[in-house]
Design a protein around this ligand. Sequence first.
Ligand code: NAD
Length: 316
Amino acid sequence: MGRVLVTGAAGFIGSHLVDRLLADGREVVGVDAFTGYYSRRTKERNLESALRSDGFRLVEGDLLDLDLDGVLDGVGHVAHLAAEPGVRRSWGRNFPRYLSRNVAATERLLEAAGKAGGTKVVYASSSSVYGSDPGHPVDEGHARCPASPYALSKLAAEELVGLYGRERGVPGTVLRYFTVYGPRQRPEMALSRFLFSALRGRPVDVFGDGGQRRDMTFVADAVEATVAALEAPAGVYNVGGGTRATVDEMIQAVRKVTGATFEVRYGPEAEGDVRSTWADSGLAGRALGYTPRVGLEEGVAAQAEWASRALVAAPA
Ligand code: NAD
């Protein structure tokens, strides 16, 4: 297998994928624009170890204006993770950013992959395309019902992957990740906020009543599914973690692994946050050999350990 292009390489999941591919001895090109969604310094730290490897080349730039023909030269597989993430911020005046970074950037990448010929594209989509689960696990055939502009932009990009597969012969796979957590998790995500607040001895702020439930996927598991998808036949796959937890249960896990005592303040729900997500990842199990391995407490402990080190490196 040739070189792998990882877009969004400096981000949370992208940087773990880069590390994992390099550990396998693969040659990796990473593209990242270091967008302002969160700090550049944090993203640079994500890539510290990759940048020491001879197998890695970082191209800093935006998918919307880079010379993608050049970037794709010699690339056999693309893991497309670059995106403007986040449900809460995707409303109103921010929406054009979601359209350009999630939809237009994906279209431009697929155009270039079509021209390059035969390049496989694995697209990082999201459980948010389903909206809330109906009280049982959802499989890939479940109706899509986005509850936020972010989710809609991810669904539009999925449709582009399908379109370029049918019309231009670009082999494309869609992975629908369910709430990914672990070391390097984005700073505005719930568990990350809870851990950093707890470790700083500050109150923990919760959007809503704490009863929202998420299918939680440890980042190393999401990365294994992504690596397998690079080689597997095209398809659409749920990637869930096999562990479900409410926000209150996440907070309990934070108390347990950090030993910290802190106040919890409940506030209004965030617009676009769904009540519950629940993956049926059986298809990924059969087609990709995917089995999530890390349970909630082990995963939260790994993230807590990373968060304490991050606080020492950059105390706030
Ligand atoms: P992240 O923000 O940490 O990483 C995304 C990276 O993409 C950032 O480093 C950003 O600078 C880069 N980027 C954005 N637009 C770009 C552009 N136009 N050109 C070049 N680089 C650009 O996010 P993450 O949490 O690692 O998410 C990775 C992918 O997985 C995203 O597509 C996201 O929608 C999807 N996803 C994440 C989760 C989760 O729980 N974290 C769940 C479902 C889906």
